[in-house]
Ligand binder design. Structure first.
Ligand SMILES: [Zn+2]
Length: 428
C-alpha cells in the first residue's frame, strides 16, 4: 500500500470525534462521543487535518485536492485501540477448549499441563519469521474489524531466548503493518516447568537478563506481570516491576483476574494499566479513581470461559475509575481479534452504555498505552487512524454481533479496505 494522498471522508451520518481535552475519560465524560452529523474528516500525510461538518471541512484549503469518499449511511470513528493482546503463539488450544466444555476449570486445565504452558513448545521451536507471520495474520484480522493500534505481549516462550525472539517477531510484524503496535515483555506470564521447584530463580532470570535485554536495544516499551495465584506473587511482581522501572520501561499488570489482591503495592509503580480486575476490592476504588492508571476490562475472556461473573464495570465507572476495553486476544481464554465483539460483551454482560464502551475502546484505550496525545480521537494533529462502519447510529457498533460491519480503515493514513463489499460473492 502507498501513503494516501489527501483524503476527504464526507457526509457520514454520524462522525464520532471523541474530541475534548481530558484523557482518560471518567464517569459522564464517557457518554460524550462528540458526535457530528453529516460529518467529515480530512486526512493528509498520516495525520488528521480537519474534522467537522461536511460543509465546514470542505472549505479547508487542502480539501480541494483531496480524494473524496462519500460516507453517507455510515459511521466514522477513531480506529479502535486494542490495549491488551497476546498474539505471539502458533496454534489454537483445542484440547483445553474441549476440556473446559466438559467442565474443567482454568486452574484444573493448568494443573493438567494445559493452559499457558501448553503453548510453550510451539513458540520455542518456531523461527522469528514464523512467529511474525502468526502475528501479522492477527493484526490484519484486527484491522479488518476497525482496530488501528494494538498492544502486543510476548509470554509464550518463557526462556530468555524465546521471549526475545517473540519480541523480535512483534517488531518484524510491526514493520510490515500500517497500524501502530506497542510491544510488551511478559516473561512473567507463568513460571515455566523447568523452574517449578524454584520460581524465585525464574524471577531473577526475568529481572537480571530478560528485562535488560528487552530494554537495550529497546525491544519492548512495557513490562507486564501476571500477578495471580498460580502465577506470580505480589512480592515477585514488585521485584519485576522495580527492575522494569530501573531499566526505563513502563509497567502494566494482569491483576485480580481469579482472586483479589491488594493494589497499593502495585499502584506505587504508577502502571499505565491494570488489566482484568474482576475481583477489585471496593476499598481500592478511591485510590484507583485518583490515579492516572487505567483499568482495562476484558469481558471476552469471561464470555469465552463461560463464566457467570464479569468484571464490575458499573462500579468502576461510577466510582470515577478510568476504564478501557480490550480483546485479550490469546489462544487460551480469548481467541477473538474483534473489538466490536468486545463492545457487545461489555454492554450485554457488564451493563456499559454503548457510548461508554466506545470511549473505553478508543480514547481510554489510548490512555492505557500513554498514547492519548496521538490516538483515540479524531482531532487535528492526531494520527490518521479512522474506522468506517456501515451503520447509521453509534449504538449499532455494540448492537450487531457475529457480523463485521467495518468497511474501511485508515492506519496512520494508509488505507485498507475491510470486510466484503455487500452484494459481492465470497469468491471475489
Ligand atoms: Zn492477558
Amino acid at each position: 500500500m502507498k501513503p494516501s494522498p489527501p483524503v476527504l471522508l464526507t457526509h457520514a451520518t454520524q462522525l464520532l470525534s471523541l474530541r475534548g481535552q481530558t484523557a482518560p475519560r471518567r464517569r459522564d465524560q464517557m457518554l460524550d462521543l462528540g458526535i457530528i452529523s453529516d460529518g467529515a474528516v480530512l486526512l493528509h500525510s498520516g495525520v488528521v487535518v480537519a474534522v467537522g461538518s461536511t460543509d465546514e471541512v470542505a472549505r479547508h484549503t487542502l480539501a480541494g485536492n483531496a480524494e473524496e469518499i462519500d460516507c453517507r449511511g455510515k459511521v466514522i470513528l477513531p480506529g479502535f485501540v486494542d490495549s491488551h493482546t497476546h498474539p505471539v503463539f502458533t496454534a489454537p488450544r483445542l484440547v483445553d477448549f474441549e476440556k473446559r466444555i466438559a467442565g474443567a476449570s482454568y486452574e484444573e486445565i493448568a494443573a493438567a499441563g494445559g493452559g499457558i504452558r501448553s503453548s510453550l513448545a510451539g513458540v520455542r521451536e518456531a523461527t522469528t519469521a514464523q512467529l511474525a507471520q502468526h502475528v501479522t495474520r492477527a493484526l490484519n484480522e484486527m484491522a479488518q474489524q476497525g482496530t488501528t493500534t494494538v498492544e502486543a505481549k510476548s509470554g509464550y516462550g518463557l526462556t530468555l531466548e524465546s521471549e526475545l525472539k517473540s519480541l523480535q517477531a512483534l517488531k518484524l510484524a510491526a514493520e510490515g503493518w500500517d497500524g501502530t503496535l506497542v510491544s510488551t515483555l511478559l516473561g512473567a506470564h507463568v513460571v515455566p516447568p523447568e523452574y517449578r521447584s524454584d520460581p524465585d530463580a525464574y524471577v531473577s532470570l526475568i529481572c537480571e537478563q530478560m528485562i535488560p535485554a528487552a530494554a537495550s536495544p529497546k525491544l519492548a516499551e512495557y513490562v507486564d506481570v501476571f500477578c495471580e495465584k498460580g502465577a506470580f506473587t505480589v512480592e515477585q511482581s514488585i521485584k519485576i516491576l522495580r527492575a522494569a522501572v530501573e531499566h526505563g520501561l513502563k509497567t502494566r499488570v494482569h491483576l485480580c483476574q481469579l482472586t483479589p489482591a491488594e493494589l497499593a503495592p502495585i499502584l506505587q509503580f504508577n502502571p499505565d494499566s491494570l488489566d482484568h480486575m474482576d475481583y477489585v476490592a471496593d476499598g481500592d476504588l478511591p485510590a484507583l479513581a485518583k490515579s492516572h492508571t487505567v483499568v482495562t476490562l476484558l469481558p471476552a475472556v469471561n464470555y469465552y470461559l463461560g463464566l457467570d461473573q464479569f468484571p464490575p464495570a458499573r462500579k468502576l465507572i461510577d466510582s470515577g475509575v478510568a476504564v478501557a476495553l480490550a480483546t485479550d486476544y490469546n489462544p487460551g481464554s480469548s481467541p477473538t481479534p474483534s473489538m466490536p465483539f468486545v463492545l457487545s460483551a461489555a454492554c450485554t454482560h457488564m451493563k456499559m452504555a454503548p457510548a461508554e464502551a466506545i470511549t473505553a475502546a478508543t480514547i481510554n484505550g489510548a490512555s492505557a498505552l500513554n498514547l492519548q496525545h496521538r490516538k483515540g480521537s479524531l482531532e487535528p494533529g492526531k494520527d490518521a487512524d479512522v474506522a468506517v462502519f456501515e451503520v447509521t447510529d453509534y449504538r449499532e457498533l455494540a448492537y450487531w454481533v457475529g457480523v463485521n460491519r467495518c468497511r474501511q480503515v485508515f492506519l496512520n493514513g494508509y488505507r485498507s479496505e475491510s470486510g466484503l463489499t455487500p452484494g459481492l460473492p465470497n469468491r471475489l
